[in-house]
Design a protein around this ligand. Structure first.
Ligand code: SF4
Length: 158
């Protein structure tokens, strides 16, 4: 079996983002002839609609959410969508586990409250802080190699 790269679905241009858009991502060209690309969107897998209200992690990061020490809230109205984000992370892990050691790496969209690998947004501003999204945290906890969509030099080396 070809080695598999699991990737945030929005990075393939599929319109699964909170605003109903996808993202043109230059990294895809580096990978698509070498690997089988498996796109996943944790927020859709967690049962959220598209488009959906933007949400952020209230404090800490994805690890804090998994430990029950923080929540994921919509920016407007502060609706608690923690359960959806955790469910989406678990469903994504199930998919990654199906392929186990055939997964060369998981590449996730930087800055997202699900998929961020190095940075996520502060709840009360548009500024960024170091931290991981909920799905990134769960996959790292389970021993997978998780790269940020911004790490193009690392991605070239895969
Ligand atoms: Fe889905 Fe992750 Fe992309 Fe958000 S960043 S749209 S959760 S794949």
């Amino acid at each position: 079996m070809d080695k598999i790269i699991v990737i945030s679905m929005c990075l393939t241009g599929i319109r699964c983002r909170y605003d109903g858009q996808g993202i043109p991502w230059e990294g895809l060209e580096l990978l698509k002839d070498k690997f089988f690309i498996l796109p996943v969107c944790p927020e859709q897998l967690g049962g959220l609609p598209t488009p959906r209200p933007p949400a952020k992690i209230a404090k800490g990061d994805g690890f804090s959410v998994l430990e029950g020490k923080s929540q994921v809230l919509t920016v407007e109205g502060k609706n608690d969508v923690t359960e959806n984000f955790i469910r989406g992370a678990r469903e994504t892990l199930k998919i990654v586990n199906m392929f186990g050691e055939n997964v060369k790496a998981v590449i996730l969209k930087e800055k997202s409250p699900s998929c961020g690998v190095k940075t996520i947004y502060n709840f009360n501003s548009d500024s960024l802080k170091p931290g991981k999204g909920v799905t990134a945290a769960l996959l790292i906890k389970n021993g997978y190699k998780v790269l940020s969509s911004d790490e193009l030099e690392e991605i070239k080396k895969l």
